[in-house]
Design a protein around this ligand. Structure first.
Ligand code: ZN
Length: 557
């Protein structure tokens, strides 16, 4: 079915509550293992239906935030989601207490039950209104960012449309572009501070209502982190500081020398070569044609996948006013259809849509037959392994996207993967501090961000740019507002992706097989076990980052 034909129906609150209560009752009153399995199947199906309406409402809203109907529906969905939560929690409890749990665990494994136990730790009936407020504040941030109009180059541009200007050879123009965006953030600083302050407050209140000291522990439970805790994350961040920061600092110094500037200013950060960065050579249509060819040549599975995506029209990639910023891949459960949302801007980022986002979509597509659907769902770091590793598996086809600058692209891609790691860790460390000490003032938060800049991005010369030098850059990072503690997942995944890359340099087929093993397992195992089964080293041992860093340095050299 094509995306446009997928019908959106409003989830009516009372009938849905009744339905959930009835499903709970059926599960509870099951008097045989068969009956319990049947009851759970019904729950799974209904969950998919509800999830699909949420997905369609959200996706169509982000496609045009000015569309009044879906704007209303999105607000409505923000509202009602938390109202169903007590019902889902009761179902989860009933599942955990089922007299047939042994039979279910024998069939499905214990992971979904472990996840269910964790899920119960994230909820309390008294937090419903606070969850609604948290959703609403996140949406307000999203709208504020989407509403940004920057007057530049005699045009009215969105933040996304400003991105190409950070890469132009004319340094004055880059600076002017960066300054224009920075001014917008400075102009909206009070509102951005207010939104974040309220988010920190409401998240802290939620955590305390459930019984935690602060939001940090709850944040980990929300991310369903079964196999690692903050101590392990700290060990990982230490590894990044020890083995990656020296490399990225050196890479940035080389970049400065190459482009002929004394230090890397914010407006130099994305300008990598005096003769310009690698740019896609084709029109969006040509990019898609080559993307299709690439997936056809990569493997039989990826060929089937890309045909399905295109026939079902599951891409919306052209940028336009009113469309939300960024990119995502959101699975529409009922149709097993992963929808890809992006904002093409003429930079190499456009190709990521066909590699990174398509990596997510490929994994979702491959997991379509796994039941219960809970086991199709992997945690965020697993999801990002799917996507970030796909970026590297796509390397042999880069000539078709970048022409004779493909090698430049590959080098920049690898360097960017390394440069990202310290930034991601910085975002993560920042959030730990913020939620441990929720009474910090906005000024204290900015000051703390600056100490992290010095630790993780010592090369960045912020002088002369108020937005950066006042420690406000974090306000551009949507995850900090909308998805607390999500960010480290990208870093953990990047290390796994780099491991796949290192192996693919020696033996592409063997690396691809390992990747397929990992993708096929979907969410049937926790992150660490998936890595072990795919033959990758744990990122939670700082020393394990060294061989990957060495390999990258060697290749870049
Ligand atoms: Zn991703």
């Amino acid at each position: 079915m094509k995306f446009s034909q997928m019908e959106y129906k409003r989830i009516e609150v009372e009938p849905t509550k009744e339905k959930l209560a009835q499903l709970l009752n059926t599960l509870k009153s099951a008097d045989s293992a068969d009956a319990a399995f049947a009851a759970y199947k019904e729950i799974d199906d209904f969950g998919k239906y509800v999830g699909t309406m949420f997905a369609l409402g959200y996706i169509r809203h982000t496609l045009d935030t000015n569309d009044e109907f879906y704007d209303g529906e999105n607000d409505f969905l923000d509202e009602i989601g938390p109202e169903f939560e007590p019902y889902w929690q009761d179902i989860t409890k009933a599942l955990l207490e089922s007299p047939y749990r042994t039979e279910m665990e024998a069939t499905w494994g214990t992971l979904m039950f472990d996840k269910a136990e964790m899920d119960l730790k994230t909820f309390h009936p008294d937090i419903v209104e606070d969850l609604q407020l948290e959703n609403k504040l996140g949406t307000e941030y999203d709208k504020l960012i989407a509403s940004a109009i920057i007057k530049f180059d005699s045009k009215q541009l969105t933040l996304e449309e400003m991105v190409p200007y950070y890469e132009v050879p004319d340094r004055n123009k880059r600076k002017a572009a960066m300054d224009a965006v920075s001014s917008w953030f400075i102009k909206n600083a009070d509102e951005l501070d207010r939104l974040f302050d309220e988010l920190v407050r409401v998240r802290t209140k939620i955590a305390k209502t459930i019984g935690y000291d602060n939001f940090v522990e709850l944040g980990y439970y929300r991310m369903e982190r079964i196999c690692y805790d903050r101590t392990k994350v700290e060990a990982f961040r230490e590894g990044v500081v020890k083995y990656i920061v020296p490399i990225t600092t050196k890479l940035k110094m080389e970049q400065a020398a190459r482009i002929g500037v004394p230090t890397i200013k914010p407006h130099d950060n994305f300008f990598l070569h005096p003769d310009g960065n690698a740019k896609p050579t084709g029109t969006p249509g040509e990019i898609f044609t080559h993307g299709k060819k690439m997936y056809h040549e990569m493997s039989e599975d990826t060929a089937k996948f890309i045909d399905f995506m295109m026939e079902s029209e599951l891409f919306d990639v052209l940028t336009r006013p009113g469309k939300s910023a960024g990119g995502y891949c959101y699975n529409i459960d009922l149709y097993n259809a992963p929808f890809i949302f992006a904002n093409f801007n003429g930079t190499s980022g456009d190709i990521d849509v066909l590699t990174h986002e398509a990596g997510h979509a490929f994994a979702a597509y491959e997991a379509r037959d796994i039941y219960p659907s809970d086991l199709q769902d992997y945690t965020a770091e697993v999801a990002e392994v799917h996507s970030m590793a796909m970026e590297f598996f796509a390397w042999p086809w880069m000539e078709g996207f970048f022409g004779n600058t493909a090698d430049k692209y590959r080098k920049d891609h690898l360097a960017a993967a390394l440069v990202f790691l310290p930034y991601g860790c910085m975002v993560d460390e920042y959030q730990h501090k913020i939620y441990e000490d929720p009474t910090m003032t906005p000024a204290e938060r900015n000051a703390y961000w600056l100490t992290l800049e010095a630790k993780y991005r010592p090369y960045l010369d912020k002088e002369g740019n108020d937005f950066y030098s006042s420690g406000r850059f974090w306000q551009r990072q949507a995850h900090i507002y909308e998805n607390p503690f999500y960010y480290i997942d990208y870093c953990l995944a990047q290390i796994a992706a780099l491991s796949f890359w290192a192996e693919s340099q020696k033996d592409y087929a063997a690396a691809w097989d390992k990747y397929r093993t990992l993708v096929k397992m979907a969410g049937t195992k926790p992150f660490s076990d998936l890595l072990t089964d795919a033959g990758l080293a744990s990122p939670f041992v700082a020393e394990n980052l060294k061989p990957i860093a060495d390999e990258a340095v060697k290749w870049l050299g």
